[in-house]
Design a protein around this ligand. Structure first.
Ligand code: GUN
Length: 285
């Protein structure tokens, strides 16, 4: 078997095309231009590159955006104050604070300060709670992108066994919850899991969010499984690779996502989708 490759770049392009149309209708009919404000603290090169990507994608879709760059020495108090100002600014629909933050700033304080109705990352505990109880809300972008990729290929989720490797608040935990909301049977595995292979080889759907290059080899995967690679690992030669050993797993899986051009472009696309949703005030309904 050779897996069908789910090209996230192409899918993202398709979805952004219809979002662009939706945004131009919003602008024309309601005079409403969705606006995203991104805050970046410090000069982590990976974060800067992600933020540039978010801005470029916003521009291409007709969403207006601005980036507030703060020095890594900024105090938590000052950052929270800026977020409050953005909460009160009616022209700002979505607020995203790029993570990670410097050690002296408590991430949880930042996340709870963002107005839940502008929380386009879907990280606020209120939105996490809404997701857990099955309400419509802002879903965290990477998990939302993964579900969208599975659905784009009509991959059955209901009743299937999904194994999530990784338990971060950004990817592992919420993707497991969204899969459960779609009626999958979900197993969470992580760095302390014993006998990882025993779990992953029983999975119909594997979500690899480990952060180590090429560790998921064919012996971790059941014949015909759908494998979603969330890893973005930079190798010494500068190239990007996922958590899954693409060339070998492709021979055994039914579906597989590449890195790059896999989950990454979908994450940004879901951020744009959440921003449009925030502008329309849908999370309040
Ligand atoms: N850092 C890595 N991924 C993300 C994300 O999805 N949102 C934010 N705010 N920061 C991140």
């Amino acid at each position: 078997m050779t897996a069908t490759i789910i090209n996230g770049k192409e899918l993202a392009h398709e979805i952004r095309g219809s979002m662009k149309e939706e945004v131009s209708q919003l602008i024309m009919n309601e005079g409403l231009t969705p606006h995203l404000t991104v805050i970046i603290v410090g000069d982590n090169p990976a974060s800067k590159s992600y933020v540039r990507g978010k801005q470029k994608a916003s521009d291409e879709t007709g969403i207006s955006s601005d980036v507030i760059e703060l020095p890594s020495s900024v105090t938590e108090e000052k950052l929270l104050q800026m977020i409050q100002e953005l909460n009160n600014d009616h022209e700002v629909h979505g607020i995203l604070v790029q993570l990670p933050l410097p050690d002296h700033i408590r991430e949880e304080n930042v996340i709870v300060t963002i107005d839940p109705d502008k929380d386009v990352d879907g990280f606020h505990p209120i939105n996490i709670g809404r997701m857990m109880t099955g309400e419509d809300t802002f879903f965290p972008c990477t998990p939302y992108g993964i579900i969208t990729m599975l659905k784009s290929k009509d991959i059955q989720i209901e009743g299937k066994h999904a194994v999530v490797i990784g338990r971060s608040n950004i990817v592992g935990k919420p993707v497991g919850q969204l899969l459960l909301n779609e009626n999958a049977t979900v197993t969470y595995c992580h760095s302390r899991t014993e006998n990882l292979k025993e779990h992953t080889t029983r999975a119909d759907i594997v979500i690899a969010a480990i952060g180590k290059p090429n560790v998921i080899t064919t012996d971790y995967v059941k014949q015909g499984a759908a494998v979603i690679d969330v890893g973005i690992n930079r190798l010494e030669d500068g190239s990007l690779t996922g958590d899954v050993d693409f060339d070998t797993v492709k021979q055994k899986a039914s579906y597989l996502t590449p890195v790059p051009k896999g989950v990454g472009p979908m994450t940004i696309t879901m951020l744009l989708k959440n921003t449009i949703k925030a502008a329309k005030g849908l999370s309040k309904q």
